[in-house]
Design a protein around this ligand. Structure first.
Ligand code: HEM
Length: 455
């Protein structure tokens, strides 16, 4: 990134828009189009008024590195978007900060060690097999299935089983319905600068509270079932319930437990499921890539079910997942509040303003990604990865607040892909991919209807 006059950094250029809404109408109309156009027109650092918030879109990997790693303390989650997410998930690992965050991160980290995750591989495969048995039984091969719903149900079941020893698959419809409503309302509120908590008894707010109550009922059922058995299952829930504060000796109360459980349930299934939905869609549009993936799965497995040992050998499958998350990063936007004046790429980033970093844009930055719109898993050979700027690709974020579930998610995605590919081919029901719908994650708009064909 070309550094400008270091002694007197200037304000970043950007689209002009009138307060109080600033660029919000454009964001509301087409969020991805807005960030794409802003990057194209103004470059690596652009600024705009996002409603009442003065924000900067930082697109160069050097800037991403500065925010997420090098000067991470200067860029906090005291951003209105996290404030709003807190209305749903409270103060769990994703939204907490400072000492509370550090204590919780250390507490839950052991649940995500590679060995622990490896031990979950058989369960991940068994749950995928159960989904395929259901497809076999239904024999509805000429009717499209909503693959995004199938992946959501599967990933929710896996995360519930893995972390809480709980079978939440039966409540998958409730969780999806409630979370979809909250997700859509939250984004609409943000994009219309309706930033007040949903307190007044309006129809919309009542829908909000009902959805939240439904989600809570699932979460509190998980907690109370464990309290009744009162045993140490060695999983994340037991770790949370048995933990004692080093100074006071106090255990987490129900509210704190609820916040951690709901955070893991939501962060741990929607992201992976969305990534997998895009993988299936892209494979259908790129038969030559699909053929290579099927050939790898057949060669590595030789007809048997995959195990954790196969994961490193399924290297092309992993490259397909990486390339999919380049074009469709489930978490497409991260925002931070600026604590003290800083400078990025030669531009002034004043204290109290915000920065937006957008994997969707940086993952298409033409300096690092030739022909950026082309789907090409070859970009992720070890040689190509080693040659590239480390922060040109960050679907799991980076630095201390990087996704705690990244190893879990990658193992899960590889195992699910291989288990399905062993038995089925999936074909898009329409000639094109659905457009991306940028809610909290980047979902396929209207879902991903696909025909499933036994091999
Ligand atoms: C493909 C799948 C996934 C993607 C792309 C993804 C992406 C991310 C990203 C970008 C962040 C940073 C968010 C921020 O700074 O606001 C994050 C944080 C987090 N993720 Fe994931 N995630 C995935 C899967 C998972 C899974 C499977 C789990 C749990 C089982 C999980 C749990 C979390 C948690 C708890 C945090 C907050 C960590 C912290 O701040 O210390 N994620 N994830």
């Amino acid at each position: 990134m070309a550094t400008q006059n270091v002694s007197a950094p200037k304000s970043a250029p950007g689209p002009k828009a009138w307060l109080p809404l600033g660029v919000l109408p454009a964001v509301r109309h087409d969020t991805l189009g807005f960030v794409r156009d802003t990057f194209r027109q103004y470059g690596d650092v652009a600024s705009y008024w996002l409603g009442p918030i003065r924000s900067h879109l930082i697109s160069h990997p050097d800037g991403v590195h500065q925010i997420l790693q090098e000067r991470v303390k200067n860029y906090t989650k005291d951003h209105i978007s996290y404030g709003m997410v807190r209305w749903i998930i409270g103060d769990g690992l994703l939204t907490s900060q400072g000492e509370t965050w550090l204590r919780q991160r250390r507490l839950v980290q052991p649940a995500f060690h590679r060995q622990r995750i490896t031990a979950l591989s058989a369960m991940m495969v068994a749950r995928t097999e159960a989904m395929l048995d259901h497809w076999d039984g239904a024999k509805e091969y000429d009717r499209p299935r909503m693959i995004n719903d199938e992946m959501m149900r599967l990933a929710l079941g896996i995360v519930g089983d893995a972390l809480f020893g709980s079978n939440v698959t039966e409540q998958a419809t409730t969780v999806s319905r409630s979370f979809n409503l909250l997700n859509e309302q939250l984004i609409t509120r943000f994009r219309t600068a309706n930033l007040l908590p949903p307190l007044l008894p309006t129809r919309i707010n009542r829908e909000w509270w009902n959805a939240l109550r439904e989600l809570d009922s699932v979460v509190y059922a998980i907690i109370s079932a464990r309290r009744q058995h009162n045993e140490d299952s060695g999983d994340l829930l037991s770790m949370l319930m048995l933990a004692r504060d080093a100074e006071t000796g106090a255990q987490m109360d129900d509210q704190a437990l609820r916040d951690e459980v709901i955070t893991m349930l939501l962060a741990g299934h929607e992201t992976t499921a969305t990534a997998l939905s895009w993988v299936w869609g892209l494979l259908s549009l790129h038969p030559e890539v699909a053929e290579r993936l099927y050939a790898e799965v057949d060669a590595v497995l030789g007809g048997r079910l995959p195990t954790a040992d196969d994961v490193p050998r399924l290297s092309y499958t992993r490259m397909v997942i990486d390339e999919t998350m380049r074009l469709y990063p489930p978490v497409y936007l991260l925002s931070r509040k600026v604590v003290n004046d800083d400078e990025i790429g030669g531009y002034r980033i004043p204290k109290g303003t915000a920065v937006d970093i957008c994997p969707y844009i940086t993952h298409r930055h033409p300096e690092f990604w030739p022909d950026p719109e082309r789907f090409d898993p070859e970009r992720f050979t070890p040689e190509q990865v080693a040659r590239r700027h480390k922060q040109a690709y960050f679907p799991f974020s980076a630095g201390p607040r990087m996704c705690i579930g990244n190893t879990f998610a990658l193992m899960e995605a590889i195992l699910i892909l291989a288990t399905v590919a062993r038995r089925y081919r999936l074909r898009l029901a329409s000639p094109e991919l659905p457009p991306g719908e940028p809610l909290i994650t980047l979902r396929p708009k209207g879902g991903m209807p696909m025909l499933v064909e036994p091999r």
